[in-house]
Every structure is written in C-alpha cells, then in structure tokens.
Design a protein around this ligand. Structure first.
Ligand code: 4AD
Ligand code: MG
Length: 436
C-alpha cells in the first residue's frame, strides 16, 4: 500500500484527533523492538510521536519492513490516536497500516555525543535533531512576533538593497564584490535606506540579511546575519528606547505563548524569560563607566567602547536587558546625532541582553543637520560623493528621526539560552565556515 486512506494529521495537532485513525508521514527518529512489538518514534517536522506496531495487527510485511528501517528511514504510518500520559508528547498511535518509503542504515548522526565541528559539517542533516529543530521553531516565532509588533503599530516594511555602493557601519569589515566594471559592497545595515523610506512613509522597518567581514572568532559574531531595523520620522532617542523595550517584551511573551515545549526541549529556564517585563534599566555610558571602574578585574578605560567582558559584567547585574545610552562620539558611527547637553557624546543606545549574550540592539537618533553631517563624514574619512543621495534627506524636509537595529541571531540565542550565535542560524556563516 503506497498511500493511506486515512486523513493526514500532524504530531503538533494530535490532541484534536484522539480516538480517530489518522496517518502520520515522516521519518524514524528512534526505534526499539521487543519480540512482536516495534516502538517507532516518528518525527514529522512538527514533533515526534511514539507509534506502536504489533506483528499480529499490522501484518508480516509491514512489521518486517519497519524492522529493517534504520534511523531517518522515511515512512507513513496510520493508526488510532490514544492519549497516554506516559508517552513523551502525551499521545501514542496504535498502528494498523503503513509503508516504508525508503529504508536506510548508517545515518551519520546517532544518539551518541558528537563534536560541534562534526555536527556543523552535517548541518543539512543535523537540522532534523531535536535541539536545532526547536531553535528553528523559536526563530520562526521570533520573526512572526517581530513582524506582528511593527505591523500593529503602523510601521511599513520597506526592504533595503543588499548590493550597496558605500559603507554604513565603518569600512573595516566590508565585503567587497565585483559588480560588472566596478565594485559593490554587501550591505552592513539597511539603515540609510530605511531613513529615506521613513521620510516617504513615516514609520518603516527593513528586515533582511546583513554582512560583515568579522575576522574575530567569537561566540557573538557571524559574517552573515539578519537584522531588523525600524526607523521613525519625528522621533528622538527616548522614542527608540521605549520602542525597543516594548518590542523585546512582546517577542518574549509571544515565544513563551507559542513555543513553550520547544523552550523546554532546550532545557531553557522559563523563569528567566518570564522576568522580561518593563521597565528595563537605563544607564548612560558615564554611569556604566562608573560601575565598571569599581569592578574588580575590569580593563575598561573611560572613552573606549565597551568590550565583551565589560558588557557581560554590566548585564550580569540585571535580570532583564539593560539599555546604555550616550557613548563617546569617537567610538560610534558618523550618522549619530551629538547630544546637545553632553559634549562629546552621541544620542545612541546599545541594548545588552541578559545572561551574557552581549549587545542585541544598536540604535540612535540621527544627525539631521546637513553641515554637521558633512563634517562627520569628513572626520570618518567617508567619501562624500557616495553619500549625496543620503545628504538629500537633509536638504529636503529634514526632521528629527531615529531608529535601531536588532540582531536576529543574538536575540534567538538569548531567548533559547544558546552558548553561540551560530546555533541560532539554520546555515551559519563565520570566518571559518561557508559550508554546507
Ligand atoms: O550595532 P550595529 O552595528 O548597528 C547598525 O548596524 C545600525 N545601522 C542599526 C540601526 O540603527 N538601524 O548592529 C545592530 C545589531 C547588533 O546590536 C547585533 O545584535 C547585531 O546587529 N550584529 C551582529 N550579529 C551577529 N554577528 C555580527 N557580526 C553582528 N554585528 C552586529
Ligand atoms: Mg552596535
């Protein structure tokens, strides 16, 4: 029998099929056999469910075929759905029919422990395992929650290009690519385009892949990652802080509501996520510097950017994200507006996630004055000619405006409690990894 006459169900929604006979289609995640019984953990993409086959019930042919089906063999099984408190997902299938599509042996990823490099080489297969599977489902819920949040608040999604003629976040980590007779750079951030779109549509966001040739091999850096960047006309730094706080709370709430079982599969401490409620602590750079000055073992020097150990020291003091504002202008990007009340500082924010994930958001109010912006480009040794279109935004109806960028993988790593951002990406790209 190649197809089933019973309706197809998914493991995720078995609760609405108790007592009915349904078909599950998927793969053998795990199998044990005892005499006249096979217990198949069937994985269908939405979850896993134990399916029980009795020789007398399913017939010789199917029983033998399942007996020969190793890990990750593909198959369908039909049977009645039974609620069973002892079963891992709460339901079990008493199988009455089925068919093995492809019986395989020798699947490279076995239940034993494997090294990370081996598993990353097998990433195309590893995605089927419980932890990556759970992370990808959380990542999806984070994306859906983010888009919903901005949609509800009247933001319009406007995509930014990936091929760009100039740098946005400094020139040190640009990816250069040949572009016909000239050259282009892969985008580091969609911000400059989001600013143009905000002047056209008011409140916008862009969300797409961004690229940085990060030579550092840290647990926080990818060379390709996704960034969500809202930008608002007629907005200030305070608007950015309020928006970022509301957004992060919404995202965590939505993940807790929709992906609790995945978080539990990842052994995530849910109480840490339940603590993510407003208000988030807000510190100025000067206040943060004063804290670090008192910390034993900090190598921080006033005037420098915060290093990863400084960020960890600061974030460990709180149970929720901490917002650090008003950094010295020399450690930040050219477009940030200077703080009129704080010489040498800019109206910017870095949001540090809890539990040592580091910076998850970087944002600022933008410089709206043409002459100051021209001077800032010169200080940063950026070629004015490439920025003429951007400068037009200050020539025609310039207004105060502000926005930020959220790193998706760092956010997912924080919510899932992952040690390394690469695990938050389906196919991570780092200085040492371009495959699979
Ligand atoms: O702080 P960044 O560099 O800010 C910008 O690019 C602004 N133009 C955004 C804006 O205001 N529209 O990057 C924003 C976030 C960081 O806080 C971090 O979460 C993430 O992007 N990020 C990275 N994530 C993974 N790997 C990397 N190499 C990252 N670099 C930045
Ligand atoms: Mg930053």
């Amino acid at each position: 029998m190649h197809s089933s006459s019973h309706p197809v169900a998914t493991v995720e929604h078995l609760s609405s099929h108790v007592g009915q006979t349904v078909t599950l289609r998927g793969w053998v995640y795990h199998k044990t056999s005892k005499g006249k019984l096979h217990f198949v953990q069937l994985r269908d993409g939405t979850g896993t469910c134990q399916c029980v086959l009795q020789r007398a019930q399913v017939g010789e042919e199917l029983f033998e075929a399942v007996g020969r089906a190793g890990q990750e063999s593909s198959l369908w099984l039909a049977g009645s759905v039974r609620q069973d408190a002892r079963a891992p997902g709460g339901y079990e299938i008493d199988v009455s029919a089925g068919s093995v599509l492809q019986a395989v042996e020798g699947y490279p990823i076995t239940p034993k422990e494997h090294g990370v490099d081996f598993l990353m080489d097998q990433r195309h297969l590893w995605l089927r395992s419980k932890r990556p599977w759970a992370v990808l489902r959380v990542r999806d819920a984070v994306i859906t929650a983010l888009r919903g949040f901005f949609d509800q608040r009247g933001f319009v999604c406007v995509d930014a290009p990936i091929f760009t003629p100039n740098a946005c976040e400094g020139t040190s980590n640009l990816f250069e690519v040949p572009y016909f007779d000239s050259k282009a750079y892969l985008t580091q951030s969609g911000q400059l385009y989001a600013e143009a779109a905000a002047m056209a549509l008011g409140k916008v966001y862009c969300f797409g892949p961004t690229f940085r040739a990060e030579k550092s091999k840290t647990r926080r850096h990818l060379t390709e990652f996704w960034m969500l960047e809202p930008e608002m006309a007629f907005a200030t730094l305070d608007d950015v802080l309020d928006l970022a706080e509301a957004m992060l709370c919404h995202v965590v709430q939505e993940v807790l509501r929709r992906r609790k079982s995945e978080l539990l599969a990842l052994e995530r401490d849910l109480s840490k996520l339940e603590a993510i409620v407003p208000p988030f602590p807000r510190l100025t750079y000067d206040e943060a510097a004063a804290i670090l000055a008192k910390e034993q073992g900090s190598t921080f020097r006033y005037g420098d950017d915060l290093g990863a150990p400084d960020e960890t020291l600061l974030s460990n003091r709180y149970d929720r994200p901490v917002m650090i504002t008003r950094y010295p202008e020399q450690v930040k990007a050219f477009y940030m507006k200077r703080d009129p009340h704080n010489p040498g500082k800019v109206l910017c924010v870095d949001v540090l996630g809890p539990e040592g994930v580091g910076e998850i958001i970087g944002g600022s109010q933008r410089e709206e004055d043409l002459d100051i912006l021209l001077a800032r480009l010169a200080e940063h040794k950026l070629p004015e000619s490439y920025f003429q279109w951007y400068l037009d935004l200050r020539r025609f109806g310039s207004v105060p405006h502000a926005g930020f960028g959220l790193g998706l993988e760092r956010t997912v790593a924080w919510i899932c409690g992952l040690e390394h951002v690469r695990d938050a990406s389906p196919f991570p790209r780092t200085i040492y990894r371009l495959t699979p």
